[in-house]
Design a binder for this molecule. Sequence first.
Ligand SMILES: *[C@@H]1O[C@H](CO)[C@@H](O)[C@H](O)[C@H]1NC(C)=O
Ligand SMILES: *[C@@H]1O[C@H](CO)[C@@H](O)[C@H](O)[C@H]1NC(C)=O
Ligand SMILES: *[C@@H]1O[C@H](CO)[C@@H](O)[C@H](O)[C@H]1NC(C)=O
Ligand SMILES: *[C@@H]1O[C@H](CO)[C@@H](O)[C@H](O)[C@H]1NC(C)=O
Ligand SMILES: *[C@@H]1O[C@H](CO)[C@@H](O)[C@H](O)[C@H]1NC(C)=O
Ligand SMILES: *[C@@H]1O[C@H](CO)[C@@H](O)[C@H](O)[C@H]1NC(C)=O
Ligand SMILES: *[C@@H]1O[C@H](CO)[C@@H](O)[C@H](O)[C@H]1NC(C)=O
Ligand SMILES: *[C@@H]1O[C@H](CO)[C@@H](O)[C@H](O)[C@H]1NC(C)=O
Ligand SMILES: *[C@@H]1O[C@H](CO)[C@@H](O)[C@H](O)[C@H]1NC(C)=O
Ligand SMILES: *[C@@H]1O[C@H](CO)[C@@H](O)[C@H](O)[C@H]1NC(C)=O
Ligand SMILES: *[C@@H]1O[C@H](CO)[C@@H](O)[C@H](O)[C@H]1NC(C)=O
Ligand SMILES: [Cu+2]
Length: 606
Amino acid sequence: MSKMLRMAAGVFFFLFAVALSSAGAGSDAAVVEHTFVVTQVRMRHLCNDTLVTVVNGQFPGPALEATEGDTVVVHVVNESPHGITIHWHGVKQRLSCWADGAGMVTQCPIQPNTTFTYRFEVGDQVGTLWWHAHVSSLRATLHGIIIIRPKSGAYPFLKPDMDVPVIISEWWQRDLIKVDKNFSTGGNFDDNPAAAAINGKLGDLYNCSGIIEDNFVLDVEPGKTYLLRLVNAALFSEYYFKVAGHKLTVVGSDANYVRPYTTDVIAVGAGETIDVLMVADAPPCQYYMAALANQPPPPDPQIPVFASRALIQYTNISSNHAARHSCGKEPLMPDMPSQHDTITTVYFHGNLTGLPGHPLLPQIRGPVHEHLYLALGKGSMCTDRNKTSCKRGGNPESFEVAYINNVSFHLPEKTSLLEARYYGRTMNNSDHNWNSGVPVEDLPSKPPRAFNYTDNALIPVAGNVKLEELEPTRKATMTRRFRYNTTVEVVFQSTATMQSDSNPMHLHGHDFFVLAHGHGNYDARRDVKSYNLVDPPMKNTVQVPRLGWAAIRFVADNPGAWFMHCHFEFHIAMGMAAVFEVENGPTLEMSLPPPPLDLPKCTQHE
Ligand SMILES: *[C@@H]1O[C@H](CO)[C@@H](O)[C@H](O)[C@H]1NC(C)=O
Ligand SMILES: *[C@@H]1O[C@H](CO)[C@@H](O)[C@H](O)[C@H]1NC(C)=O
Ligand SMILES: *[C@@H]1O[C@H](CO)[C@@H](O)[C@H](O)[C@H]1NC(C)=O
Ligand SMILES: *[C@@H]1O[C@H](CO)[C@@H](O)[C@H](O)[C@H]1NC(C)=O
Ligand SMILES: *[C@@H]1O[C@H](CO)[C@@H](O)[C@H](O)[C@H]1NC(C)=O
Ligand SMILES: *[C@@H]1O[C@H](CO)[C@@H](O)[C@H](O)[C@H]1NC(C)=O
Ligand SMILES: *[C@@H]1O[C@H](CO)[C@@H](O)[C@H](O)[C@H]1NC(C)=O
Ligand SMILES: *[C@@H]1O[C@H](CO)[C@@H](O)[C@H](O)[C@H]1NC(C)=O
Ligand SMILES: *[C@@H]1O[C@H](CO)[C@@H](O)[C@H](O)[C@H]1NC(C)=O
Ligand SMILES: *[C@@H]1O[C@H](CO)[C@@H](O)[C@H](O)[C@H]1NC(C)=O
Ligand SMILES: *[C@@H]1O[C@H](CO)[C@@H](O)[C@H](O)[C@H]1NC(C)=O
Ligand SMILES: [Cu+2]
């Protein structure tokens, strides 16, 4: 869409936007209280009993339903044998960084047989978010939806008759702690899920010895409007989503409204949420909704095809009514894009625009104080960590890691970064005594060495000499400190070294405006011109196109230590992460309060 068109549409849409509630936490804000008991249970799918870690015995876990401005209180009782933290994905956690639940960044894990209570406000956010474990891959089954409804009860679109969570996830039949270890020590492409799932149901595309897996079933009534709240909770993949026979209208993403956009295919990146309206206006038959994982084509290494489907059936229809429509014997299946289609997602995300009039828009149009150009790639380290020289290119003398600007993120081991910072126990660059605190380094503003980031010839295939030359990398706890109220621009550059994957980059503690994305190497002189400063969508996760880049801006106005990472589990486990630290502002209302008294102690953790 051209800028002119966007602007015209923006003005038109403003009529709706003024209806938006801007009510903050009023006196009638409620407290939403839950107890999450984390246990291991056996669940049977595909002829296998698998031990999984879940909340309250459920997969997916319980939904948190709140209204804008409410306070959420969750008592986590850890009856599992693993250290656990729970991250409230996308909740801005204004002045409550201690409750962000990023393991070893904002807190040490909740040890087995101990409890911790998370308390935070959902503030002025409206829409769909989710919660998940943030210590290793356990989030595969330890997750659930967060629904935040507008305080005014008014939506800037057709009021839905019903909310429908649609959580896309993966079913793993492996020890996920070991899977994480495998990835953090070099990656292992045999570690794949067994199936995809929708709302915990694998669906009838899967069977084992003739036992067909259950579908999630959605009963709809003719003429009613459904708000499908899509969450991609998968560890690995971006998914395409379609519903046979129905148009979908995207109205929100990451708990921010977007200008309504009607399409028949949705792309939802790992960690992302998409809200879509679906009107039950088709002939009253049965329809599949389907989710299909996409992946770059060869020469990238291929994983199996993952897809899951659920059923939509019309109810409350008289039998002669049904007879008048010649419904087929089988439910109608949507035509899915190819699993190797990597352009539909770029178009889908390119068509998302925000509502005009966001209070932070003037500021991100103004001076940018910090520019970061972050190359997301792959390097290698010597297996003997005392060495810097060893055989690379897949030789066992080295192992592969992911990096940002040629440094692979290392989680603090003894104490969380936020506590270390709060109590003044961080060390800057030179002092590497691991016992007395957390050594941190500055995240570099740009890659130390420029190369053709998106050169296809760098895709890792056996015996790639060109790639080996780029490999040597090291590990560090990289952070970047921002003064309160700094305007930050980040350009993420996907590189061919980390396969030609797209990278869903997620920032804690802040939403950001997505200004532009493109293919190839970012070139400021050319690409700044394409920035949408009129009505950019606001997100917490940006899909950085494969062999391409994405530009975001945000205002660093929430003091704390905020994890910034790729939401592909194997990329984060391999080190594609950093921390953005935001300093306190000039007043108490702009400063991080002290930690809660029951914040878990940092004993040894796995
Ligand atoms: C947790 O408590 C249970 C029941 O008392 C006990 O069986 C288990 O060993 C404890 N786990 C740990 C890690 O202490
Ligand atoms: C699951 O069960 C099938 C059939 O019994 C078996 O072939 C397969 O190895 C099992 N997979 C896992 C991961 O346990
Ligand atoms: C981890 O990797 C090893 C070596 O490639 C493999 O044998 C093992 O099955 C993997 N573990 C899990 C839990 O996937
Ligand atoms: C069961 O799965 C196999 C392949 O996994 C497929 O060929 C077969 O059609 C399926 N059967 C049913 C009844 O869905
Ligand atoms: C549809 O059927 C359900 C279950 O019988 C009933 O609860 C509901 O009120 C019906 N809705 C309408 C519009 O008839
Ligand atoms: C929006 O989607 C259409 C249709 O898929 C596509 O042609 C167009 O390029 C997209 N716009 C942007 C800005 O990506
Ligand atoms: C690496 O160096 C440290 C300290 O210099 C030493 O304690 C350790 O044994 C060395 N590791 C190996 C594998 O040589
Ligand atoms: C490290 O020290 C420099 C100079 O004192 C400072 O500018 C920078 O913000 C510090 N970095 C971190 C991560 O603390
Ligand atoms: C990355 O850093 C290492 C040193 O840690 C250096 O040897 C290598 O050349 C750098 N590579 C790139 C691509 O910047
Ligand atoms: C980078 O690599 C791509 C793909 O191989 C190629 O088309 C492009 O010309 C290269 N760019 C530069 C600046 O060399
Ligand atoms: C933040 O910066 C903006 C733009 O420079 C300014 O208008 C605003 O007053 C600042 N807010 C604080 C709390 O410093
Ligand atoms: Cu990634």
